[in-house]
Design a protein around this ligand. Structure first.
Ligand SMILES: Cc1ncc(COP(=O)(O)O)c(C=O)c1O
Length: 304
């Protein structure tokens, strides 16, 4: 293995020197929450830019609050630690950062009241998540968890079993990705990404009350559609067959970035090709991630 470092117990350590107990609550019961952050490499300026790091760490601390995980760090400190960790690797490529806050206690029982709260951060190079430019998706028979059950908003590790079951079902049937419906039958999101559709010229996306994770990329897409494309953006519940009738469908997420969906449940979306709105959003989004648009420079934290 190439040298890899991890922030663990307040220090940056060689990954090979980090071990977690078999009894750890995070491992036994999934008592943890996490973030996924990208830092984009720009060849031209020889710089790596952390994308919306502040918002990601604010969300992590908010998730910790719900899960009663107490971290002794501010958002600014978390950003500084992340910069230090990436610098230690010296990555000159687009990088994925994974902070995990968890219950480190080895005691038996799934309680969130123990005080052995820990933070671990690792990072790795990451190019395209799916390796595909366009996706064929299917609605999964697994329902999305809801806020009174296992709040999707918290990015709890345990919630990703719901995602994994959905992916297992549809990927083993030959699709690229799943779409969840809520218990009310509303379109929700993918296993690790938010969903948009274009209908009658408007950009529509499910509201937080339909049990989505309030994605940071989602917020960015909504902003760009409104500000730069002058589109009307609507947060409202979406029904399954609206996806069949949509002009466009696409996903957004840190790992997924902005990726068009060209087929839903074996039905072509629009003309079965990447739509114009998605294309325009992508054309705006990627230069912004690399600090190329002064209007959105505040989204980017230079690492080096
Ligand atoms: C379930 C789920 N929905 C949506 C997203 C997209 O959120 P973001 O754009 O903040 O990465 C993610 C990824 O974090 C996710 O895991």
């Amino acid at each position: 293995m190439k040298e890899s470092y991890v922030f663990y117990q307040g220090k940056i350590l060689d990954e090979r020197d980090v071990s977690i107990s078999v009894r750890c609550k995070a491992f036994n019961y999934g008592l943890a929450c996490f973030e996924g952050i990208r830092a984009y490499w720009d060849e031209e300026t020889n710089q790596l830019y952390g994308f919306r790091m502040r918002e990601h760490y604010e969300r992590l601390l908010q998730s910790c609050k719900t899960l009663n995980i107490k971290l002794p760090y501010t958002v600014d400190e978390l950003i500084d630690i992340t910069i230090e960790l990436i610098k230690k690797h010296g990555f000159k490529t687009t990088t994925y950062i994974r902070p995990i806050a968890y219950k480190g206690s080895n005691k038996l029982g799934p309680t969130l009241i123990d005080d052995d709260d820990r933070l671990l951060i690792y990072c790795m190079p990451l190019g395209s998540y799916t390796g595909k430019d366009e996706l064929r998706v299917a609605v999964t028979s697994w329902q999305r968890i809801n806020d009174n059950m296992l709040p999707p908003r918290t990015k709890a590790t345990a919630a990703y079993l719901n995602s994994a079951l959905a992916s297992l079902e549809v990927v083993s049937r030959g699709y690229d990705e799943a779409i969840f419906l809520t218990q009310n039958g509303h379109v929700c999101e993918g296993p690790g990404e938010n969903l948009f559709m274009v209908r009658k010229g408007k950009l529509v996306t499910p509201p937080p009350s339909d049990n989505i994770l309030e994605g940071i990329t989602r917020e960015t897409v909504m902003l760009l559609a409104e500000e730069e494309l002058g589109m009307k953006v609507v947060e409202r519940s979406i029904t399954r067959t609206e996806l069949y009738a949509a002009e466009e469908v696409f996903f957004s997420g840190t790992a997924m970035e902005v990726t068009p969906v060209v087929e839903v449940d074996d039905r072509a979306v629009g003309d079965g090709k990447t739509g114009q709105v998605c294309k325009k959003i992508k054309d705006l989004f990627f230069p912004i991630t690399r600090g190329k648009n002064p209007k959105y420079a505040h989204f980017c934290t230079p690492i080096y």
